[in-house]
Design a protein around this ligand. Structure first.
Ligand code: GLC
Length: 476
């Protein structure tokens, strides 16, 4: 049985700020179910992790961990969730914070976390075959493993490292003054993490890891070009032999329209009456007219790579038709302001819910007819898969994991959504119009498409197999 240790900054159901939490909350369970590996996860014990869970956590012990000249307390807790063992690193100074990330001292917080992830291995008696680290928050665990621990201790030198990039935009960039003082790295390590006149942790992990993966095959190709790489294309090209892409899946039990308690009503492909109820109840809740018009949804972090500039350009044109638009998300003030003003200008057609709320998101996924996801770039994207599961037909820009998961209705096999290739508001509008046109023009075909979309298998089954293959290839 292969032993795999996940090092990650978030995991559902404990603490999450986006898609990474979904993945770390569901992929380990899918791998465990294969019976081929023992996957365990280590993550910080944030204050956001509520009492509901904490009271069930088992305290294992504590120790002091060196981080450069510091010696910091590290408590360790354990909890088994869906057959997967999670370890939580406790240090209130670092993790009793308002946010998971975005604190002034993230560099130090996650350096501590990464050291702790390696330091606890003797205590939990689990030296993995593969350390699987995710995104820049966990990058230092790979760097420390290869540059420090593997050189001194045989138990660590046998560990292989896989680093997964969930979004290359966030790289962990800092000044060199942190090299020794915060990260506790040697001057000889400088070259490893050096990029563009400073420290780049993601780059360091790419250099040190035995393999690098990202969350869709198309994104794995895209990040080799400057248009998508956020500066790292030359490094990735140099190490392209390490790089592969595996499409994420979603947790089909957590996202299950026939069982979800958060929905106004349950439904399935066999009986979609509940979906109509979900829609009218949401309309009532939001004070929108309760009528049979296509309900278009945007559920997204409101940040630039999500393609919201296109929605800003096309918003008025989309709302010219007899449709309703519901937006859920928070982020950049400019987008929040735009959607709030759009809702003010179209009081009977549009609502902007500026918040991050998972329950509400399920109510909207299940109520809507059309799901808009025009991301400029999208490593994988889960929302288009979740929307599909709830019978909401996606409209997407052909990039990254969106391209790998959604094919156009007009294509030979009939497709499972509406897609556009050129990143333009005109193309977006054209695709929305095709979807709305089908809804009004040929309702029967639209309903067939809805059912087809619901049946697409976006579970982890296939992707978990691909990860197993990748683990095997790393170990051979
Ligand atoms: C990041 C990416 C998103 C991906 C998720 C999980 O949030 O932006 O595309 O689905 O990670 O891998």
């Amino acid at each position: 049985m292969k032993k795999i240790l996940y090092v990650a900054g978030e995991a559902l159901p404990f603490a999450s700020s986006g898609g990474l939490g979904d993945v770390i909350g569901s992929l380990p369970a899918a791998l465990t179910a294969s019976g081929e590996c023992d996957v365990r996860v280590v993550m910080p014990l944030y204050s956001a992790i509520g009492e509901k869970f904490r009271k069930k956590f088992e305290y294992i012990g504590s120790k002091y961990i060196r981080l450069s000249w510091r010696s910091q307390y590290c408590g360790l807790f354990r909890y088994v969730h869906k057959g997967v063992t999670f370890y939580f690193i406790d240090n209130e100074y670092y993790f009793k914070r308002y946010m998971l990330y975005g604190e002034y001292d993230d560099a130090e917080r996650f350096a501590f976390f990464c050291r702790a992830a390696l330091e606890i291995l003797p205590d939990i008696d689990f030296f993995p075959d593969i350390l699987h680290a995710h995104d820049w928050h966990a990058a230092l665990s790979v760097i420390y493993l290869k540059q420090c621990y593997a050189r001194l201790d045989e138990r660590y030198s046998n560990i292989r490292a896989l680093f997964t990039i969930h979004n290359i935009q966030y790289q962990g960039q800092y000044g060199f003054e942190l090299l020794g003082d915060v990260f506790g790295l040697m001057p000889s390590d400088k070259e490893i993490v050096e990029y563009d006149g400073g420290i780049n942790l993601l780059k360091g992990a790419v250099v040190c890891a035995d393999a690098v993966s990202t969350v869709s095959p198309t994104y794995a190709k895209e990040i080799l070009s400057p248009k998508f790489s956020h500066g790292l294309d030359s490094v990735l090209n140099l190490f392209s032999f390490k790089l592969s892409g595996i499409l994420n899946g979603i947790d089909r039990d957590y996202y299950n329209p026939s069982k979800d308690k958060e929905l106004f009503a349950n439904f399935s492909t066999r009986n979609l009456d509940g979906k109509a109820l979900c829609k009218s109840d949401l309309q009532r809740m939001l004070g929108l007219p309760e009528k049979d018009v296509p309900l278009i949804a945007v559920i997204s972090r409101l940040v630039s790579h999500k393609g919201l500039d296109l929605v800003m350009l096309a918003g008025d044109d989309i709302l010219k038709d007899d449709v309703q638009l519901v937006v859920l998300g928070q982020g950049d003030k400019s987008y929040e302001g735009y959607f709030e003003s759009l809702a003010e200008r179209y009081p009977t057609k549009c609502r902007a819910l500026i918040t991050y709320n998972r329950d509400l998101s399920k109510k909207i996924y299940s109520a809507a007819d059309i799901f808009l996801m025009p991301s400029r770039s999208e490593p994988c994207g889960l929302a288009q898969m979740i929307a599909s599961r709830y019978g909401t037909v996606p409209v997407i820009h052909e990039t990254g994991g969106l391209y790998d998961s959604i094919k156009d209705f007009g294509c030979e096999s009939g497709g499972n959504g509406f897609t556009f290739a050129a990143y333009s508001a005109y193309e977006l509008l054209n695709s929305v119009n095709r979807a709305v046109g089908l809804y009004y023009g040929d309702r029967e075909t639209f309903e067939k498409l809805r059912k087809k979309v619901m049946r697409v298998d976006f579970s982890w089954k296939q992707s978990a197999l691909s990860y197993l293959e990748l683990y095997n290839s790393i170990l051979n």
